[in-house]
Design a protein. Structure first.
Length: 306
């Protein structure tokens, strides 16, 4: 058997999921060999390597690229596939092999959350075309642009991502909660302005979520109305006290927190975000830069293997 999309390029982050991907790579290889699928593996060694590997693979004529890792690995491979124009090569396909709890996008796409079962989904020809978000933000005093498949946010959530990134790896899944409690006491909300083609709003807010998919943070269903192929992004502005980020957690995990008097909701194809003072921005768990930022949807930008 051969893949209808050609040989697979497995772009693997061996450190993802506390080494989950590295431990399971031999089993993933056996699964692909048993299915008769040709492949090669690229083990990433540094930030940005997965993006470089994806661009290199497309340049070599390879079209079936598989991100093996967490949301950050998917983020990097996606950006390598889309380049600067926001459109992948027409016949390119993105596969996803999740590592542990750090790959939230698979929850919205109905894909397995473990590496072994996910590798079995790499066979066959079923694909789903999904939207991506394009975010133009401020970095080092200049504009920069990235694409994201899952969720971007500005404010407390991004500050937690920044703090969590400095914590030791041995904390595992507890890193996020440690980062949250280390960040919350000193974080200050900002005056946030959101502009879309149809409306403008201004609030004092501690976090703004722009969602293409539903889940982030290891299973929190922050945006239960989001669909990755509906041509819009869902915007949630948290305008209540910052302790809401903790007290609402049980309902957020279930996706039952909306509607809420302290969350302003909107849906738009394009949104402009300004904040005073500027807020940190993250996308797919990767720290990017700060506001001001513009986020727009790129409909049907990528084909995902399902």
């Amino acid at each position: 058997m051969t893949s209808p999309f050609g040989p697979l390029v497995i772009i693997a982050n061996p450190r993802a999921g506390q080494g989950t991907v590295e431990r399971h790579l031999p089993e993933i290889e056996r699964s692909l060999t048993d299915a008769g699928l040709p492949y090669r593996i690229v083990r990433t060694t540094h930030p940005g390597h997965a993006t470089e590997a994806a661009r290199d693979a497309l340049g070599r004529g390879e079209r079936y690229l598989v991100a093996a890792g967490g949301d950050g690995t998917v983020h990097e491979v996606l950006n390598g596939m889309l380049g600067t124009g926001g459109r992948a090569v027409s016949d390119a396909v993105l596969g996803i092999v999740a590592a542990g709890s750090g790959c939230d996008i698979v929850r919205s796409l109905g894909l397995p959350g473990d590496a072994i079962r996910a590798s079995r989904h790499l066979t066959g020809d079923a694909v789903r075309r999904i939207d991506v978000g394009k975010i133009t933000f401020t970095s080092g005093g200049t504009e920069a642009t990235r694409f994201f498949a899952n969720i971007a946010e500005a404010g407390l959530g991004a500050a937690v991502v920044a703090r969590t990134g400095r914590l030791p790896r041995f904390l595992g899944p507890a890193k996020y909660f440690c980062g949250f409690w280390l960040t919350l006491p000193t974080f200050h909300p900002a005056v946030v302005r959101l502009d879309s083609p149809d409306s403008s709003f201004e609030w004092r807010a501690h976090n703004v979520v722009v969602a293409n998919c539903q889940f982030f943070g290891g299973g929190m269903r922050i945006s239960p109305k989001s669909r990755p192929d509906d041509g819009v992004l869902d915007v949630l502005a948290m305008v209540g006290p910052k302790i809401d980020a903790f007290t609402m957690l049980p309902k957020i995990y279930k996706g039952t927190h909306l509607p809420h008097r302290d969350i302003a909701e909107a849906a738009a194809a394009t949104v402009r975000l300004d904040a005073d003072p500027p807020l940190l921005i993250e996308a797919d768990g990767e720290l990017l830069g700060t506001t001001p930022a513009t986020v727009e949807v790129v409909p049907g930008a990528i084909r995902v293997k399902v």
